[in-house]
Ligand binder design. Structure first.
Ligand code: NAD
Ligand code: TYD
Length: 359
């Protein structure tokens, strides 16, 4: 079996569902179930014996060590993290704890387990660390996209904590020989995306008749990748990636935030029209994110050249699937918009609106 951390979150849950749809190899899913972890994402696996869920914190090295020894996985796929930049600005501590200390504890547990494996199993073992393009910092409009050798220059507590975890993973390969793999991926979107992030937030707010908040001038550029394509890339790297290597994963889909929001509004105008007017009328410019990175872009040629992976969705096909999914899963959206979610929305957006009005 494989051990997945953070498999109740957005990408982790998509990965577990995809994995079990394509293979009979069991998954041990270890997740702390923070506000971002949601077992409803995995409800279709309720009676599936190939999926074993354990609620545990990756910072708890003894608990992880016991799980590794009990289940003897052939690989660890590490998604668990605090993942939202805005939350990292309001409260960086959880990011340091989980992303840095948690990855460290997980690496220590994995190293001890791996060292005790018989030769062939030791050679076949993999520790795949799922990371982000944000570790490379911000690009100017004319800069070349990030490659695997671009120098790290993280700008938010989130990206700094992910950068630190990438460095730890690198060092465990270099120093101890742990067979690690690292993927640095661009912005994902798709089903089960928690509505604190841009795309699901815009869909949820649009339908609720609420403002669609655009930070600053809305001209920040992100490279968007459909989550199913990211899952396929991770499977590919796990299968054929070379230990110690880093693979950038991206969608070749650079878009300015305002353009993404326009696409979503126009799609909703078609698929779920308002009684009068367009969803674009709800667009509201709010105060910018402090330290907001201007542009991310990924050069994903290495993974295509060496492992034969490239995205199968265009932005148009992926975003259409995503909007359709949200329209068909309004109950899921309602369930995650709980007390904690409402508190976050109040904290993040009331202040921004007030700041914008004051300028
Ligand atoms: P998410 O916030 O939706 O999910 C994170 C999951 O990790 C949740 O289920 C949460 O309960 C769990 N978790 C958090 N702290 C934990 C801990 N201490 N112990 C065990 N479990 C814990 O995140 P996501 O968007 O699915 O991102 C998954 C990974 O992919 C992260 O490492 C993130 O940095 C990386 N990534 C995300 C994106 C993106 O666009 N979302 C892009 C590139 C890379
Ligand atoms: P987000 O989904 O938080 O991902 P990240 O910060 O990791 O790229 O944000 C994507 C972009 O959208 C980012 O440039 C910030 C912007 N944004 C808004 O303009 N308004 C919002 O309400 C949110 C959540 C994000």
């Amino acid at each position: 079996m494989i051990l997945v951390t953070g498999g109740a979150g957005f990408i982790g849950a998509n990965f577990v569902l995809d994995w079990l749809a394509q293979s009979d190899e069991a998954v041990l899913n270890v997740d702390k179930l923070t506000y971002a972890g949601n077992l409803n994402n995995l409800s279709t696996l309720q009676d599936d014996r190939r999926h074993v869920f354990v609620r545990a914190d990756i910072c708890d090295q003894d608990a992880i060590a016991a799980l590794l020894n009990k289940y003897q996985p052939r690989a660890v796929v590490h998604f668990a993290a605090e993942s939202h930049v805005d939350r990292s600005i309001h409260g960086p501590r959880d990011f340091i704890n989980t992303n840095i200390n948690g990855t460290f504890s997980l690496l220590e547990a994995a190293r001890a387990y791996w060292s005790g494996l018989p030769d062939q199993k030791q050679r076949d073992f993999r520790f795949l660390h799922v990371s982000t393009d944000e570790v490379y910092g911000s690009l100017g409009a004319d800069d070349a996209p990030f490659t695997e050798t671009t120098a790290y220059a993280p700008n938010s507590p989130y990206s700094a904590s992910k950068a630190a975890s990438d460095h730890l993973v690198r060092s465990y390969h270099h120093t101890y020989g742990l067979p690690t793999l690292t993927t640095n991926c661009s912005n994902n979107y798709g089903p089960y995306h928690f509505p604190e992030k841009l795309i699901p937030l815009i869909i949820a707010n649009a339908r609720a008749g609420k403002p669609l908040p655009i930070y600053g001038d809305g001209q920040q550029v992100r490279d968007w990748l459909y989550v199913g394509d990211h899952c396929a890339a991770i499977r590919r790297v796990l299968e054929s990636g070379k230990p110690g290597e880093v693979y950038n994963v991206g969608g070749w889909n650079e878009k300015a935030n305002l353009d993404v929001v326009h696409v979503l509004c126009d799609m909703l105008d078609q698929m779920d029209p308002k009684q009068s007017g367009s969803y674009r009328d709800q667009i509201t410019f709010v105060a910018d994110r402090p330290g907001h990175d201007r542009r991310y872009a990924i050069d994903a040629r290495k993974i295509e050249r060496e492992l034969g992976w490239k995205p199968s969705e265009t932005f148009d096909s992926g975003i259409r699937k995503t909007v359709e999914w949200y329209l068909a899963h309004q109950e899921w959206v309602g369930d995650v918009q709980s007390g904690e979610y409402l508190k976050w929305v109040e904290k993040n957006y009331n202040q921004r609106t007030a700041e914008k009005e004051a300028t």
